[in-house]
Design a binder for this molecule. Structure first.
Ligand SMILES: [Zn+2]
Length: 139
């Protein structure tokens, strides 16, 4: 019998009465999303929704191995450009863009879940760097 802690998972069904609530006994393993990769399918007993344990993560429905997705994300975190990341990791630009979008959405959801009740009096945004394209030549 498999002994894993499922308390970190929550029902993703927006119509469920316990949507987004972690630590409930209503999330149980329910077969496999991919048995060869060891990805469990979970079921919310409150509403009957089945979902992958990777739902809502950058790995959900990914064709690439998780280690390669982590490599791509690491290049992006270090500030490597999208096209350069694609060349270095041997994937297309669209793949890099898709992984960047999914990782960003996941990071935002993680941040919204973890950072609460912070009353900031002063915010410094000087650590954020971005490339801004120049459309016209300076005269
Ligand atoms: Zn549910």
């Amino acid at each position: 019998m498999e002994k894993r802690d499922w308390s970190q998972f929550a029902c993703p069904n927006p119509h469920c009465q316990v949507v987004g609530q972690r630590g409930l006994p209503s999330i149980r393993p329910h077969g496999w999303s991919s048995k060869t990769q060891g990805i469990r399918c979970l079921r919310c007993t409150a509403c009957g929704t089945n979902f992958s344990e990777r739902h809502g993560t950058p790995l959900f429905r990914a064709q690439l191995p998780p280690a390669q997705i982590a490599d791509i994300a690491q290049h992006l975190v270090e500030g490597t450009g999208m096209r350069a990341t694609g060349r270095l990791c041997g994937v297309s630009l669209n793949t890099v863009l898709r992984i960047a979008l999914r990782a960003g959405e996941h990071a935002q959801a993680f941040h919204d879940q973890q950072v609460r009740h912070v009353q900031a009096r002063q915010v410094q945004a000087d650590e954020a760097w971005a490339f801004v394209g120049k459309k016209r030549q300076a005269l």
